[in-house]
Design a protein around this ligand. Structure first.
Ligand code: HEM
Length: 458
């Protein structure tokens, strides 16, 4: 109990007091101690935090937004499990039933669908925020790796959910995506069969995906989310925000998490829920015709977050597009926090003034060269034709990959030589170059590919 005097008062009185007096507004040290030991929120948050960390534009609330979206997904997902039937005969019908016959069924499905898609976008933006504020350095290094597992989990969750409506869209998107697995050297065909639960997409695939979507992935996400938050707590909250000019406070002013952080988090969460609800009211989750394994739509596209990779398939040998380049990207992402940085830039957006300029230069460079290369490859470049006789793994795989890697290395060297960039600034600009390049590939796949995957205007 918070106060000794409470022992002498009645139960109702004590409960009433604890409601009206606190725990939001601790009055003295004893109150505060009670609050810290007994409060669930403060097991997850530091007790005090620098006032500057509260500034919305430091984190944009993205980690918290991701968490609220996950809660929305869990709530709407459980509701849909009461109606959904994981069988090839019943799945599509059960979704139609949910939409047409269940009170608020369409709304629940819409909220689930849009929350899942926003989540991928938000987690990606959160990753960028953490990277560009140096939130991966020092005590936070390993939390970056935990974050990557979360990212992988969120994408896997989205992908396994994609199949469940069993309509033309989902059936063929999953056919395309799982088809890509076959390009993994040596074990590709076997792995594809394991994922599909057979040679073709069918009942076994649906049960595999349903179990992963509703049980395995949520459990993994819950465990890693708890670990992620605990690591943030252990690092004393988010990285301390600093300015490029170094006019940082000598001794930062600290405020109590309760209520200062909590009211902000609740405000963002409420605004988010309202936004998703309104969005779901106006935009329905897509539902095509029932799956027809005999009729492939044209173009047949993977889910949007895999379209960057599907786009690469049009330019590189499949083993490079699906396995080697994505694996290299993933390894680079894992290693990012462990590279040797000379700058002390934690908490400063884009490290320094030069860091900002070079990030902009990288954005412009990628925005020119990526579309140029896509168009050139579509209309002019014909490596397999020009180098007929050379195995396509070399002419269309090793060769363009080496040219691309050479271009990136040249860019890095130029940053150091011409712009006297520090190691950290050069790595950051290279990261921007590759990220913007990948985003442009994804945008091309989503809006600029039509029938036969030909380049078209949207
Ligand atoms: C389901 C996905 C995720 C959720 C719900 C989540 C949630 C959070 C939250 C609530 C914070 C506290 C500050 C904030 O709001 O920004 C945070 C911090 C952090 N997150 Fe995540 N996160 C997720 C994914 C990721 C990913 C993909 C990465 C990076 C690869 C990552 C790396 C980090 C790091 C390093 C911090 C500490 C940053 C700092 O101290 O400034 N997280 N995360």
């Amino acid at each position: 109990m918070p106060q000794d005097s409470d022992r002498s008062t009645g139960l109702i009185q004590r409960i009433w007091r604890s409601i009206v007096r606190g725990p939001l507004y601790p009055r003295d040290d004893r109150d505060r101690k009670w609050l810290v030991v007994n409060n669930l929120i403060l097991h997850l948050r530091p007790i005090r935090l620098p006032r500057r960390s509260l500034k919305f534009t430091h984190t944009w609330g993205l980690g918290g937004i991701a968490f609220v979206l996950i809660l929305l997904l869990a709530a709407t997902g459980v509701l849909m499990m009461f109606v959904y039937e994981p069988s090839t005969e019943g799945a599509y019908e059960s979704i139609v039933l949910l939409q047409d016959r269940v009170l608020f069924g369409t709304m629940v499905r819409n909220v689930h669908h849009w929350s899942a898609n926003f989540l991928i976008l938000i987690v990606f933006l959160h990753l960028l925020r953490v990277y560009f504020t140096g939130g991966y350095q020092g005590a936070r290094q390993f939390n970056w790796v935990i974050g990557l597992v979360l990212l992988f989990g969120v994408v896997a969750s989205n992908f396994t959910g994609y199949l469940l409506p069993w309509d033309q869209l989902s059936y063929w998107a999953v056919t395309i995506s799982t088809g890509m697995i076959a390009y993994v050297p040596f074990i590709g065909e076997w792995l594809r069969e394991v994922v599909r639960g057979g040679a073709e997409i069918g009942q076994a695939t649906l049960i595999n995906f349903y179990t992963f979507h509703t049980t395995v992935i949520p459990v993994v996400l819950i465990l890693f989310l708890a670990w992620h938050f605990w690591r943030v707590r252990k690092a004393h909250g988010v990285v301390y925000p600093r300015t490029v000019d170094g006019e940082d406070e000598e001794s930062p002013e600290y405020v109590l998490t309760l209520p200062h952080l909590l009211v902000r988090e609740v405000a963002v969460a409420l605004a988010l829920v309202a936004f998703v609800m309104v969005f779901a009211l106006f935009f329905d989750a897509p539902l095509g015709d029932a799956a027809n394994p005999g009729m492939s739509p044209n173009p047949a596209k993977a889910p949007w977050y895999f379209l960057g990779i599907q786009e690469m398939l049009l330019h590189f040998h499949p083993t490079f597009a699906v396995v080697i380049i994505p694996t290299a990207g993933l390894v680079a992402l894992v290693l990012l926090p462990y590279l040797k940085y000379t700058d002390d830039s934690a908490g400063i957006w884009f490290m320094s003034r030069r860091g900002r300029r070079l990030a902009l230069l990288a954005t412009v460079t990628a925005s020119i060269f990526t579309p140029l290369w896509i168009v050139m490859d579509e209309y002019w470049l014909n490596l397999t034709g020009w180098l007929a006789g050379v195995p396509s793994g070399i002419s269309n795989g090793l060769l363009p990959t080496a040219v691309m890697a050479g271009g990136v290395a040249l860019f890095y060297a130029m940053l150091k030589k011409i712009f006297s960039a520090t190691r950290g600034e050069a790595i950051q600009a290279t990261f921007v170059l590759l990220t913007v390049g990948f985003v442009i590939l994804t945008v091309t796949g989503v809006w600029f590919r039509g029938a036969g995957m030909a380049l078209v205007l949207p």
